[in-house]
Every structure is written in structure tokens, then in C-alpha cells.
Design a protein around this ligand. Structure first.
Ligand code: RTP
Ligand code: MG
Length: 139
């Protein structure tokens, strides 16, 4: 995957509240092109694998149960400097610290239920995109 791509999920909290359209609008208005897009649901095993890097953290069980409790939207996004610019667009992990104009400021409710995921490196963007999308689903 090119290094101008990142991977995102609209998390179950935001899907439950009907924020798919609002969040996708913020993403495209910020200049990201949608390369791949789907509504899907993670099994517990999927969520454990996706967040395996956090397996030793105290919030891991809660995170896995939250991320598998309902549908998510998965997407691959393209833009110059995609990973860093998308992390800026989503804002801080804790919405209390998220800046005005960020997705988490507008839609997140807590540190755990924070509306969106954004890859933290080009390498992880490629791994996470491939976790969700076959090559023929990437445009
Ligand atoms: P993400 O991976 O989802 O984009 O979030 P992030 O980089 O901003 O935060 P990260 O440290 O990777 O944590 C992953 C997700 O775990 C949940 N979390 N809960 N209760 C807690 O203290 C806590 N800390 C993290 C959040 O859903 C966070 O987005
Ligand atoms: Mg992270």
C-alpha cells in the first residue's frame, strides 16, 4: 500500500448514534479520498487480533468488548501525509483533550468510546487496511 494511505474505523458508539454520515462528511471535507468502505462487525477474536498491541493494557478487555458489540464502518483513506493528517483530524484519544474542529471533539463521549480509530503509522495503516479489505476492494 502507498504511504499516502491510512485506515479508519467509525466505532460502534458512533454508528449506534447515527453519526456515520456526519463523520464521513468531515473526512471528505478535510480532503481525504475514500479508497475502500464497508459496514461490518468485528467478532471478539477479530477485535482481540486488531488490538493485540494493547493486550497487556488494563483496558484491553473493555476495548475488545466495546469494539465487537455492534457494527463499525471500516475505510481506507488517501491523502498526502494521510496518517499524520488523519490523526490531527480525529483529535486526542480522550475527547476532553480533543481540539475544536476534530471528529472526537464533536462525536466522542469518553476515552474508551471515542467514535473513530486512526492508524498510527504507515506500516500499521497497511496492516490494518489489509485486515479488512481484499486487494480487489481497494480503489
Ligand atoms: P485508536 O487506536 O482507536 O485510533 O486510538 P488512539 O490511537 O488514539 O489510542 P490508543 O492508545 O491506540 O488506544 C486504543 C483505544 O483503546 C481505548 N482506550 N481506552 N480506558 C482507557 O484508558 C483507554 N485507553 C485507550 C480507546 O478506544 C482508544 O481509542
Ligand atoms: Mg491507536
Amino acid at each position: 500500500m502507498a504511504t499516502n494511505r491510512t485506515f479508519t474505523m467509525i466505532k460502534p458508539d458512533a454508528v449506534e448514534k447515527g453519526h456515520i454520515g456526519g463523520i464521513l462528511s468531515m473526512i471528505t471535507e478535510a480532503g481525504f479520498r475514500i479508497v475502500s468502505l464497508k459496514l461490518t462487525q468485528l467478532t471478539v477474536a477479530d477485535a482481540q487480533e486488531f488490538y493485540a498491541v494493547h493486550a497487556e493494557r488494563p483496558f484491553y478487555g473493555e476495548l475488545v468488548s466495546f469494539m465487537s458489540r455492534g457494527p463499525i464502518v471500516a475505510a481506507i483513506l488517501e491523502k498526502d501525509n494521510a496518517v499524520e493528517d488523519f490523526r490531527k483530524l480525529i483529535g486526542a484519544t480522550n475527547p476532553a483533550n480533543a481540539e475544536e474542529g476534530t471528529i472526537r471533539k464533536k462525536y466522542a463521549t469518553s476515552m474508551g468510546e471515542n467514535a473513530v480509530h486512526g492508524s498510527d503509522s504507515d506500516e500499521n495503516a497497511a496492516i490494518e487496511g489489509a485486515f479488512h479489505f481484499a486487494g480487489r476492494e481497494q480503489f
